[in-house]
Design a protein around this ligand. Sequence first.
Ligand code: HEC
Ligand code: HEC
Length: 352
Amino acid sequence: MINPNDEKKLIRLVNSLIGLLLVLVVTLGGLFFWMLFRENHPVDSNIIILDSAVNSTITIKGIDTEEGQWVTPDLTLEKDKALQKTLLYGQQLIQNTSIYLGPKGTLAQITNGMNCQNCHLNGGTQPWGNNYSAVNANYPKFRARSGTVETVFKRISDCFERSLNGKAPDSTSKEMVAMATYIKWLGKDVEKDKKPKGSGIYNLAFLDRAIDPEKGKIIYDLKCKSCHQSDGQGVMNDEKNAYTYPPLWGKNSYNSGAGLYRMSRFAGYVKANMPLGATYKNPQLTDEEAWDVAAFVNSQERPNKDLSKDWPDISKKTFDHPFGPFADSYTEKQHKFGPFKPIVDFQNKNKR
Ligand code: HEC
Ligand code: HEC
């Protein structure tokens, strides 16, 4: 016979053992699920990575190791996994801006349907394809257009408001942070204040005549129309949430405050990159053709931007900024179509 006192003690012992076991199971179980969650979810679970975007992600490798040429850092080799995820998100936003932020954007509807990549080719890594290699080494920097020292955020916002004719996401949003992180990371190995060869847009030699929209139309019909269409409106994809061939003018194109609205930027971009497949090494247009097609495209209708706050010091306006007042006596027409050399000579003579 068990003494009733001992029996009570035994029951209490068993009870506390069961309690202890329960606590252990709950703790271990919790730990297990936490580990599982950590493995399978991005560091920031609000970041949605589209399958289609992942599949179209560029393979970042040395794009061109020609002497002095910048080599794109390899995203797949980034050891900091949290950083890598942010970089991947930034890259996707730049490649597929419209899917996220276009008129049918999944996150917001704040842009015209173009992608950053339409003008910053291959995820912003293409030599003379308006790549981002010089950004990290040169920002923040003073820019005469705004008359202020600009951060990378401000520069990205500019392209949202001008090239994408829309609004920029807040500078503290995951999207802006990811894009800025990606853009700066691409140029992380570039020495401060240096510009790698092939960064940005190629500067074409000037013609000694005014550039000619009528000649440009002939080039356009021959070499651009097949993709960008005779009405310049481009072609959308089947889902109608992004462009297969982006527009060159009209309501969904870049506005009058955008970089490409300057003839020299357009001509330099096109010479090294268009028709699609052309490169700076294998261009398909002569300099004259590139200049004249710029004159034609930038004579078509496009959204207007209020530029009254730009260029607080008008003497700093670029030679091909097409809106007065100017510090020289050349007309708006000459600032738009050239001949440009006399204007540049005048500016160089009067540099303070
Ligand atoms: C319609 C064409 C176009 C689109 C679309 C576009 N940009 Fe740009 N971007 C330009 C041009 C042109 C420049 C100026 C290049 C120059 O002056 O040499 C520029 C410059 C920049 C710069 C500064 C580069 C430097 O080296 O100083 C950054 C950063 C930038 N863009 C980011 C973006 C981002 C991010 C997007 C998408 C949200 C975007 N851009 C969309 C045309 C475009
Ligand atoms: C075979 C099709 C094709 C032809 C032909 C072509 N383009 Fe493009 N163009 C594209 C594509 C695609 C893009 C966007 C590239 C990307 O996102 O990677 C583009 C982008 C552009 C852009 C920057 C984005 C924008 O919409 O403003 C300009 C400017 C441009 N093309 C001008 C021209 C000009 C000028 C010609 C003729 C000399 C031309 N293209 C011929 C397919 C073409």
